[in-house]
Design a protein around this ligand. Structure first.
Ligand SMILES: [Zn+2]
Ligand SMILES: [Zn+2]
Ligand SMILES: [Zn+2]
Ligand SMILES: [Zn+2]
Ligand SMILES: [Zn+2]
Length: 500
């Protein structure tokens, strides 16, 4: 451990200098000004490298020379590998995801980088093209779009999917649905035309003749979105190397993900070279333990000294909250030297486990150092179960922190058409422990709080704020796309507590 660190530190100092000089070359003063405005405190960013500065970097390769410390990890590791699905973006080539220059002349809904790829894609596209052309062009299905309200526009697109599926006599794949969910129209007025121009910077957003291509607010985020999709398409999933540090004293999180990473990686070569996609993936898998740790530090008085910590994650979704459990060791346990036993309990009616032996799913990779000190991360899943039922079961253990990540409590539709949240809200408030609630957008959080307060009285420990440990991996927004084209998991955060 010691030797490894020393070597990489020396290396890191050299590359850090190179990185810094390259980055300052790339940034003109206007960009620096913009960054200053965005972050408020420029000094934080001077030694940290944010996602925008990583846009042009090629895929980073893992530096993991396995230390003896990690050597016996194989036995209890389970790899859940799958290739990410294709994502449709109206101005990216259907074959290679490069920027498009050629639009399908028939449907005007899909596009290709070159004539060559257009020809290559035709056979596969022909069947769907015929129906899209009928519905969207010949029957002028897309000509009404500019007149619809935001809500009606959403309903209308879902209706179009139904019509297309009906005429095709088959369900559409997810990426095919995206052709209609995020159609090739002006991003400002939704005008559907053959002659749309794309933004020269992100090369994604489209504009009609009447709208100039000004959309600065989202252009940089869309650049990240595009880069992530492209690298994901080429490389599949990446498995970021999580910073492996041992803190001698409890680490108080800084208010900024970039600063924390700069600090934990000790600005290593790997850190400096990390591309935008890997960095986004890193934040995506770290947002769960880091948001929990951040909430713990705000709301649990004894966070520095406690030796057992129990977290309930309610409404968990396997693919997001349960798939990267090893991160909890490196970014939770290792940052709190006094913590011996971390217990994670995942509950939710929509939690479905893959068909893999349970002991493999719950086994969290633990390093030898942790093992030798008897430290452990204990995981249990309660799939298909409501929290209020779990609370009255034998498996119930009182939590120190309850987490609800992007729950959408305010949506009355609930689970299978029944609103089951009210029972659950009552139960987690009864625990009288801090409850961390996150949401995809700023305006969802007040609605979450209103929902909780409509059931039971609570005190607010942390007023809603931007979560410094939100995922920075963008997702396209459908539910509130009139407010923002992209959304981020755990973007906003609040902490409440049932009144005693
Ligand atoms: Zn292409
Ligand atoms: Zn077509
Ligand atoms: Zn327009
Ligand atoms: Zn742009
Ligand atoms: Zn460890």
């Amino acid at each position: 451990m010691g030797r490894r660190k020393k070597n990489s530190k020396k290396f890191a100092d050299v590359t850090q200098k190179i990185c810094e000089s390259k980055i300052s070359e790339k940034l003109n003063s206007a960009e620096k000004e913009e960054m200053k405005k965005r972050e408020g405190d420029f000094s934080i960013l001077e030694d940290a490298i944010d996602v925008y500065q990583r846009l042009k970097l090629p895929l980073v390769h893992s530096m993991q020379h396995r230390s003896p410390d990690d050597s016996d990890e194989e036995e209890d590791a389970v790899e859940l590998n799958f290739w990410p699905r294709f994502v449709f973006v109206s101005n990216l080539c259907l074959i290679c995801m490069e920027r498009s220059e050629e639009v399908c002349e028939s449907c005007n809904m899909v596009s290709y980088c070159t004539v060559k790829h257009k020809k290559q894609g035709w056979l596969k596209h022909r069947e769907l093209c015929k129906v899209l052309t009928e519905v969207c062009t010949n029957e002028e299905g897309l000509s009404f779009l500019p007149d619809l309200t935001a809500d009606n526009y959403r309903v209308y697109r879902l209706k179009l999917i139904e019509i297309v599926e009906c005429r095709l006599k088959r369900p559409l794949d997810l990426w095919e649905k995206e052709i209609l969910l995020y159609p090739r129209v002006c991003c400002s007025c939704r005008y559907f035309s053959k002659t749309l121009r794309y933004c020269p910077t992100c090369e994604i957003e489209l504009f009609c003749e009447n709208h100039d291509d000004k959309h600065e607010k989202w252009c940089r985020d869309l650049q990240v979105f595009r880069r992530v999709l492209f690298m994901q398409y080429r490389n599949g999933h990446v498995d970021p190397e999580i910073p492996n540090t041992f803190q001698n004293s409890p680490l108080y999180l800084p208010d900024n993900f970039d600063s924390l990473m700069a600090q934990l990686y000790n600005r290593s070569t790997y850190y400096c070279n990390m591309d935008c996609y890997t960095y986004c993936s890193l934040s995506h898998i770290s947002t769960i333990p880091l948001t929990a740790l951040y909430s713990m530090q705000i709301s649990c008085q004894d966070w520095e000294t406690i030796d057992t910590f129990v977290v309930h994650v309610i409404g968990a979704e396997f693919q997001f909250e349960c798939i990267n459990l090893h991160v909890w060791e490196k970014l939770f346990l290792h940052l709190l030297p006094n913590l011996k036993h971390l217990r994670l309990i995942f509950i939710g009616p929509e939690l479905r486990l893959p068909a893999v032996p349970l002991d493999l799913l719950t086994a969290v990779k633990i390093c030898l150092t942790c093992k030798s000190f008897g430290r452990r991360v204990n995981v249990s899943f309660h799939p298909g179960k409501f929290y209020h039922n779990f609370c009255h079961s034998k498996q119930f253990i009182k939590p120190h922190l309850v987490c609800l990540f992007n729950p959408g409590l305010y949506r009355e539709t609930g689970f299978e058409g029944r609103d089951t949240w009210s029972e659950t809200i009552k139960e987690f408030c009864k625990t009288k422990v801090p409850v961390c609630v996150t949401s995809y957008t700023k305006h969802e959080i007040p609605r979450e709080i209103i929902r909780i307060k409509s059931i039971i009285d609570v005190e607010t420990i942390l007023e809603p704020r931007r979560n410094p440990f939100a995922s920075i991996k963008p997702d396209r927004n459908f539910v509130s796309d009139d407010a923002a084209p992209l959304i981020y998991k755990n973007y906003y955060l609040t902490i409440i507590k049932g009144k005693s």
